[in-house]
Design a protein around this ligand. Structure first.
Ligand SMILES: C[S@@+](CC[C@H](N)C(=O)[O-])C[C@H]1O[C@@H](n2cnc3c(N)ncnc32)[C@H](O)[C@@H]1O
Length: 367
């Protein structure tokens, strides 16, 4: 079976690395789309940390119009995928320029599936846009049409399910995991601008191999096609304990409390949330060898000059505190590189990630 994995644009190589860890070989088809031959839908949903969705592919075709999309949908044997008495919905992601909209694709493809059943059985599965049993993905990327079943469900995998405190600028958990992979951290890890604690929590759960099923459900679990409990048991046995110390700090008590709430919800016992200033890291009572962080970019709240001053002082104090490796993302990458180099780190841009509509650079700094 062919699985189409989606990710944030720029994280494809991290997905490939994760797949290698599962003994699988993936191939990047497009930006944010990775193809892998595997029957391990449950494993990829439960355990991958950089993937957004796991889609069981039905068809990949070149198309140039809405009519051609409908023709492809009509040619599929839907019996195999949607039980007559179960509801479905079509969801579309469209990338590129077309003379139709995503909702046109959803409406026409949905109609084609309904007609397919009516022609054969005189009956049809109900459409349920709120809580469908089967989510059919009909994605159009340029001239390529991807049709498949979304095994992940309505909520993408970055929605881990443990978040109870919602920081206004909470980081996408798959991006947090990719940054952690890039850091190769061990021992003492600090996120000095942790907000609601996404990076520290991902660090612990990832390192301990805690699967996502403790916190949320998945579409494939309802299909009846997989032995869910066997997979769960198998992955439970892989959970391990760690002795590393992980810290999440923030300047504001509100976020520190929120971080604590998220940590409790995630059961991340190695994570401590503390109130600290990221410009005074040399005064910490411990030496954080590894720093992974998502600082403010100055887009919404602070003025750019305030953010530049923060970057300079953060870099200076990180060097003084004995930090050896820093991984971070920012839109203000030139200022950040300047600050890190100025403090005595050797820093470089390791990649660009499309975060929503915002291109951010991933920076790695070392002493
Ligand atoms: C982009 S947010 C981090 C969001 C976080 N990654 C999450 O997922 O919730 C940046 C955080 O840096 C914090 N911050 C700003 N200046 C700081 C400083 N001098 N020291 C510590 N934290 C600071 C802000 O309060 C904010 O919570």
């Amino acid at each position: 079976m062919k699985l189409l994995l989606t990710s944030l644009v720029g994280l494809e190589n991290y997905v490939l690395e994760e797949l290698r860890g599962f003994g699988l070989r993936g191939k990047v088809l497009r930006k944010g789309r990775i193809l892998v031959k595997s029957k391990k839908t449950p494993l990829l949903n439960y355990a991958s940390r950089t993937v957004e969705r796991v889609i069981e592919l039905i068809a990949v075709e070149e198309v140039h119009s809405l009519r051609e999309i409908v023709q492809v949908v009509q040619s599929i044997d839907w019996d195999q995928y949607i039980p007559l008495d179960h509801s479905f919905a079509v969801r579309t992601e469209r990338i590129g320029k077309h003379d139709f909209r995503s909702i046109d694709v959803e409406r026409e493809a949905g109609g084609a599936i309904v007609d397919w059943f009516l022609e054969r059985y005189g009956r049809r599965p109900p459409v349920n846009l709120e809580n469908p049993w089967v989510v059919v993905r009909v994605d159009v990327d340029g001239d390529t049409l991807f049709v498949g079943l979304d095994s992940t469900g309505e909520r993408a995998l970055h929605r881990r399910g443990w978040r109870v405190y919602h920081h206004p600028a909470a980081l996408n958990a798959t991006l947090a995991s990719a940054m952690l992979m890039e850091s190769r951290w061990e021992g003492v890890l600090l996120d000095p601008m942790a907000g609601g604690g996404t990076i520290p929590i991902e660090a612990e759960l990832g390192r301990r191999h805690v699967p996502h099923f403790f916190f949320r459900d998945f579409a494939f679990e309802r299909w009846g096609k997989y032995n869910v409990w066997r997979w769960r048991l198998r992955l439970r046995k892989k959970i391990r304990w760690i002795a590393d110390d992980i810290y999440g700090a923030d300047l504001f008590w509100k976020h520190v409390r929120g971080c604590g709430e998220n940590v409790r919800s995630a059961g991340a016992r190695r994570v401590s949330c503390l109130r600290w200033d990221a410009t005074r890291l040399e005064e910490l009572p411990f030496t954080p060898k590894y720093v992974v962080t998502n600082p403010p970019y100055g887009l919404r709240i602070a003025r750019p000059e305030v953010v530049y001053e923060l970057y300079r002082e953060f870099a200076r104090s990180a060097k003084a505190a004995g930090v050896e490796r820093i991984v971070l993302i920012t839109t203000k990458w030139k200022k950040m590189l300047e600050s890190l180099e100025g403090a005595g780190f050797s820093a470089e841009v390791k990649g660009e990630i499309l975060y929503g509509k915002l291109p951010v650079k991933l920076i790695v700094a070392e002493v």
